[in-house]
Ligand binder design. Structure first.
Ligand SMILES: Nc1ncnc2c1ncn2[C@@H]1O[C@H](COP(=O)(O)OP(=O)(O)OP(=O)(O)O)[C@@H](O)[C@H]1O
Ligand SMILES: [Mg+2]
Length: 389
């Protein structure tokens, strides 16, 4: 197993007038390279806060107050991940734009209604791939007859800009009218890449779509455009937070297929947040189940669906309609706890059919139940110790 991302005992709290909302209570999970990890759980259990903490985009009054977020790419080896919580904000800005990108539930929030689709997708390429595109244009100019008239004069400047994309040179150059010309091939390259990626994402007539505006497109199309923008930076990890929840079922299926295909072709791993267990069954390799700020069970999708160990996971699975379901569906008794004053010990104990005394006192650790399958439950632990699980 090669790790790509790991959280260790992640703690995030929100300081509200009602008190401190203990949103994440020592969340530890691992996303493996080349896999799709699904994070599931009822509304308010902390799925979004987990990924926002990973990306370090928790807004005040929220604060990440403990734990580590380790990544194992960009030079960090498997023994010593790089702790994102210790990096500068500048480092995070570079990472968010490059190796880790995120798509949200609401495509409209990610798209500007007044700008064309082509402009917005091109912007992503210009933002993330200027250096690489500049180099490609320079290489083209090395071909006889390819360089435009001014290119010879401008090439040294262009080379400096290409070698150092963060250099203000690019910005300065584009402000000098006569030099602005060389921005043209860059814009043309960005547009060509936009058309290419829009086409790859299964949108018909990409050449026409680039001239359209967000209001001309359906919800599913808009979400594809948002995915195109997220892919412009060649992410190693794509985080999708309920990215298909607002779409109707057929479009949802298409977007999920698209994500699965992209994972095979270009992105290494996906962290998929959903409250739809059907989506998890179809798309994920591993799944983590959250309850009230705790990760209560994690393991391979098949293992968890066939042999859920945690009473909450069992209840969650029982509440989903199945093909052969007979009689009434079960709902989970009780209500999700208030995270300002969560129950002590295991946060699920007030709703748990197998509650024992120890559950009120001590938060269970996430322990191995089967190979690669962990559960945080005193009852499951006792069952296993007794050999009956
Ligand atoms: N800005 C905030 N201020 C106060 N509490 C917050 C804030 N954002 C999140 N929380 C709390 O953190 C907890 C986890 O929220 P989160 O958004 O991660 O839930 P979720 O699992 O993503 O739910 P959903 O499925 O509805 O998206 C919730 O109990 C919520 O009340
Ligand atoms: Mg959420």
């Amino acid at each position: 197993m090669t790790k790509l991302l790991e959280t260790q005992d992640l703690v995030t709290n929100f300081y509200t007038y009602e008190g401190m909302v203990q949103a994440l209570n020592r969340v530890s999970l691992v996303v493996e390279e080349g896999s799709t990890f699904g994070l599931v759980g009822e509304s308010g259990c902390g799925k979004s806060v987990t990924v926002r903490s990973i990306m370090r985009i928790v807004q005040p009054p929220g604060r990440i107050e403990g734990g580590r977020v380790l990544v194992y790419f960009g030079g960090a080896d498997q023994d010593h991940g790089l702790d994102l919580l210790m990096q500068s904000e500048e480092y995070m800005r570079g990472l968010r734009g490059c190796d880790m990108s995120m798509i949200f539930q609401e495509p409209n929030a990610a798209l500007n209604p007044t700008l064309s689709i082509g402009y917005q997708v091109s912007e992503s390429f210009l933002f993330h791939q200027t250096a690489e595109m500049s180099r490609k244009i320079l290489d083209d100019w090395d071909q006889p007859g390819q360089a435009p008239a001014l290119a010879g004069l401008l090439k040294p400047l262009y080379q400096r800009a290409a070698a150092n994309p963060k250099d203000m040179l690019l910005a300065i150059l584009s402000r000098i009218p006569i030099l602005r010309r060389w921005r043209k091939p860059l814009l043309a390259e960005a547009k060509a890449r936009s058309i290419d990626i829009i086409g790859k994402l299964g949108i018909p007539n990409p050449e026409r779509v680039v001239d359209a505006f967000p209001h001309n497109l359906s919800g599913g199309m808009k979400q594809r455009i948002v995915i195109a923008m997220a892919l412009a930076c060649n992410p190693v990890l794509l985080i999708a937070d309920e990215a298909t929840s607002n779409l109707d079922v057929t479009i949802q299926a298409q977007i999920l297929d698209l994500l699965v295909r992209l994972k095979k072709e270009s992105i290494s791993s996906i962290l998929l947040i959903t409250h739809d267990l059907g989506v998890v069954a179809e798309t994920c390799d591993r799944v983590g189940v959250m309850y009230a700020g705790n990760l209560v069970e994690v393991g391979p999708v098949q293992g968890i669906f066939a042999h859920p160990r945690h009473p909450y996971t069992q209840a969650l699975l029982d509440s989903v309609p199945k093909f052969q379901t007979e009689g009434e569906l079960k709902s989970i008794e009780g209500a999700v706890p208030n995270l300002v004053s969560p129950p002590p010990g295991c946060r699920f104990h007030p709703r748990c059919p197998h509650m024992m005394d120890v559950c009120r006192d001590r938060l269970p650790d996430l322990l191995d139940a089967d190979p690669g399958h962990q559960v945080a439950c005193h009852w499951a632990e006792q069952n296993r110790a007794g050999g009956s699980a």
